[in-house]
Design a binder for this molecule. Structure first.
Ligand SMILES: [Zn+2]
Length: 113
């Protein structure tokens, strides 16, 4: 049987270093992205709290309130959208929804229920 498997895992692994690749001159410093540096101090099993922030744009406050609403034109009667709101935005978001007749109820939001 002329079954010849040529398995030349030969010494063809050459790493090429070109000495002129990148001279060590002015590079912009690498700035670590803030807010992405979690993981270092996480204690076993404790997952970072997420998505418990106020739903208002650019607001990073912790959510204290749930605003439950629906749009009768889009949603069925029992459907509820939930926005989370901090103390401040409970009013502004509530007004926004209330003015459109969307707001159904506001309840306290408890992240650790
Ligand atoms: Zn807010």
């Amino acid at each position: 049987m002329p079954t010849q498997l040529r398995n030349h895992a030969g010494p063809s692994r050459r790493l090429r270093f070109s000495p002129t690749a990148e001279p060590n001159r002015a590079r912009p410093p690498v700035v670590p992205t803030p807010g992405h540096a979690t993981g270092a101090g996480t204690v076993g099993g404790v997952v970072e709290e997420l998505a418990v922030q106020c739903s208002a744009k650019r607001c990073r406050e912790a959510a204290l309130w749930e605003l439950r609403w629906n749009n009768p034109k889009l949603h069925s009667d029992a459907y509820r959208k939930i926005w989370l709101a901090c103390e401040l935005h409970r009013e502004t978001l509530g007004e926004f929804l209330g003015a459109r007749g969307f707001l159904r109820e506001v309840t306290a939001f408890r992240p650790t229920a």
